[in-house]
Every structure is written in structure tokens, then in C-alpha cells.
Design a protein around this ligand. Sequence first.
Ligand code: DAT
Ligand code: MG
Length: 150
Amino acid sequence: MERSLVLVKPDGVQRSLVGEVITRLERRGLRLAGAKFMQVGKALAEEHYAIHKGKPFYDGLIAYITSAPVMAMVWEGPNAVAAIRQTMGATRPLEAAPGSIRHDYALEVCRNITHASDSPENGEQEVALWFKQDELIAWSRDADKWIFEK
Ligand code: DAT
Ligand code: MG
């Protein structure tokens, strides 16, 4: 079982795509483990995007993620990280596979709707950065046995 942080970023929230993102992840079979609607402060933004510090788009990235509220979530399931990134599509919307969220709803890399963790290790790190332990729910769904092989 893997976990991924998923953010509907400010453009996705402003465009009323929160429900669409949740619907797609639910339909995929992934299980929600936590969610909060929040305004991201500069310190969290800088820690989250620390790996991009120094890149030409870094300042714009921090301004973008702090510009309006985001929907922060934790989704889990077998191979959740790869599955969620596939559902989101490639970073650049014009390279995202047809049917993916970034293909279907975005045009520009700096307005690409969502964030998702890029490895199981980063998934755990990002979940710990964004959520306190008591904000996460460990639960099982009745449908799990029809979606998860074991
Ligand atoms: P992803 O969000 O697919 O994990 P990433 O981690 O490489 O992509 O980059 C984080 C975000 O930074 C990405 O969603 C949008 C922005 N970004 C990446 N490359 C960019 C570029 N060349 N110009 C502008 N923004 C960029
Ligand atoms: Mg990334």
C-alpha cells in the first residue's frame, strides 16, 4: 500500500475542479486517507518545493501555490504513486496523455492543476510535511476487496 500527497492547486480550485479531481481518483479505486482545504503559507510552499530552489521558475511556483487556497489530500492504494501520476498526466499539459487531468483541463506547465508525489518515498515525506498524524484516517472500505487484490 502506497500513499501520495495530492494537491488541487490554486488554478484547479479557482476553476472548480476539486470535485473532478476527487471523482477521478475515487473512480480509479484509490482510497482517501485525509483532506483539508487550506491557504498555503510561504514556509510550507518553500519546503514543499525545496528541490526546485534556484530554478528559473521557482519564484513563480511559490507565488502560484500561495496565491489562493488549495485542496490538500492523501490518497492510498497499491501502486498509488504511479497510478495517481498517470491519472494527473505529464507535468507539461501538452505532453500529458489524452484522458489525463492535465491533458483534459490544462495548457501551461505553470497552471497544471494538480500536484502528486513522484515516488513512494516522497509520498511518505510529503504526507508527513502536509498532514499531522491525527488528520489521517486509517480505514477500510467495503469495496476494497473488489479493488485491491490483497
Ligand atoms: P510535477 O508537478 O509533475 O511533479 P515537477 O516536480 O517537475 O512536476 O515541477 C513542479 C511544478 O513546477 C510543476 O507542476 C509546474 C512547475 N514547473 C515545472 N517545470 C516548469 C517549467 N519549466 N516552467 C514553469 N513551471 C514549471
Ligand atoms: Mg514533482
